[in-house]
Design a binder for this molecule. Structure first.
Ligand code: CA2
Length: 180
């Protein structure tokens, strides 16, 4: 979507001042320099990070993680927007709205990872690259955490590296955008 608006803005500028903006070629160059946008989507209970069970999930808060994502995104040339919800439907609405607004999603769906066919269907429907992230190594925990409904519709899964996993996911998405 941002490409579209940049293009519109430059077309308007072209009409106003062709001496400054020159040619259609400039317009195409400007369009391709727009920063890709990534949605960081966190699910249920992740708002509690850093406040309870630090022995399992560490002392890092959700606000710390979101700042880390904005900073890591800036270093990679990505615009980053963050959203957290404890509600499956609100997460699905965000995934639908991401189509046309963002170019990719970093998703920690929390416990919905292991239960939600609805989130899986939402991801499949928007056809955006999604990187699945978990703070903990879900494969080293209880067997009910080994199954992910997100994994089959994600381009990859990163788990077990704590908050750093979000930065790794952004790095992976930056590579995907660079290849386009
Ligand atoms: O490791 C992850 O990132 C998880 O997605 C975290 C989920 C869990 O259900 C997944 O299996 C793996 C749980 C997030 C709960 O976060 C809390 C944070 C502080 C206190 C209590 C829960």
């Amino acid at each position: 979507m941002h490409h579209f608006f940049h293009k519109l803005r430059v077309h308007a500028a072209l009409l106003l001042d062709s001496a400054v903006y020159g040619s259609l070629t400039d317009c195409i160059e400007y369009e391709s320099s727009a920063m890709p946008s990534v949605l960081i989507l966190n699910g249920p209970n992740l708002n509690l990070l850093g406040t309870r069970q630090p022995e399992v999930y560490g002392a890092t808060t959700l606000a710390d993680i979101e700042k880390l994502c904005v900073d890591a995104g800036a270093a990679l040339g990505l615009d980053v927007a963050c959203f957290q919800s404890n509600h499956e439907g609100a997460m699905i609405d965000q995934i639908h709205a991401a189509k046309g607004t963002h170019d990719g999603i970093v998703l920690n769906a929390g416990a919905y990872t292991h239960t939600s066919i609805a989130l899986m269907d939402a991801i499949a429907s928007v056809e955006l690259p999604v990187v699945e992230v978990h703070l903990s190594n879900i494969h080293a925990r209880e067997s009910f955490r080994h199954r992910s409904y997100i994994a089959p519709v994600a381009i990859g899964q990163i788990c077990g590296f704590g908050a750093k996993g979000y930065a790794l996911a952004l790095d992976a998405l930056a590579d995907v955008f660079a290849r386009k």
